[in-house]
Design a protein around this ligand. Sequence first.
Ligand SMILES: [Zn+2]
Ligand SMILES: [Zn+2]
Length: 333
Amino acid sequence: MNEVRALHDHPWFRLVIHFLLLAAFVLSALSLALRPGKILGTCGVAATLLAALLGGSQATALVPDPTPIFFGLDFFVLNVLFTGLLFIPVERIFPQWPEQHVFRDEWREDLFYYLVSSMLVQVLTFLTFLPAKSILAIAPLESLRAWVGALPFIVQFVAIMFLTDLVQYWLHRAFHRVPWLWNFHAVHHSARSMDWMAGARMHFLEILALRGTTVIPMFVLGFSATAMNSYIFVVYLYSTFVHANLNWRFPFIEAMLVTPRFHHWHHGIEDEAVDVNFAVHFPILDRLFGTYYFPKDKWPSGYGVQGHPVPRGYWAQLKYPFKRRPDDASSPS
Ligand SMILES: [Zn+2]
Ligand SMILES: [Zn+2]
């Protein structure tokens, strides 16, 4: 990423890389010595040696002037490190499901979802900004845009949160109720463990639909770049948070804001958990539209889609909605 490339010239950057590589090697060797399973340790040692062969902390770019098109591999690493460092310790200290490990069943699949959406961050931005720009070319909304852009930051931020939640409530509901849309969304619901990685599992076309319906209106309505970027950052952390394996209770807040327990009920395997709690931020939308389900102090007994129709693995899940099926019994309703 060009934004990250600027960091490469800082002297401490090379030093940090150097120590990271050393630490990676030592920790991998330790893992090899202590763990019964040797796969992680071997991969760690191999990756560190490969990095050293490629130049280690002194590595330089192969070409001085790369193309403007990039895959955000560094974004993925930063993303996983930042989110993981934030959530893993908290999930270990306050787990709702203490027996669930960090490397639980299907963690590789969900990490791969992280990788894909991080790598394609630029493509996604391009795909959503292009239609927004063409809408503006046809309908210049100068006065409205100027008024929205001049509102105080906090007003813009809350307005974005509320408007996007309202739009996404209905989009989310459509993804549940329209059988062919459900086949896309079933991928998100196929996660059988809830934690900070589970929320990343989402069909690529659903990510596009969600991004499009939020970024395009935000852009067209003229919200400031600061408000939009803050929202994108917060919604990313927020959606990670509501999937997290956290037993935190929020007695007063949970009536106003979506909490992990609220969204966990959206993923519940129980009959009562089917087609409820569509809101991402404000549970009041579910109260208003009759889809609110939040039994006091209770958690769902398990997660996933009844009958578990969705196959395992990223590529099988990518193809899943396009499969011909004899009947649409996979719909939840
Ligand atoms: Zn859903
Ligand atoms: Zn979810």
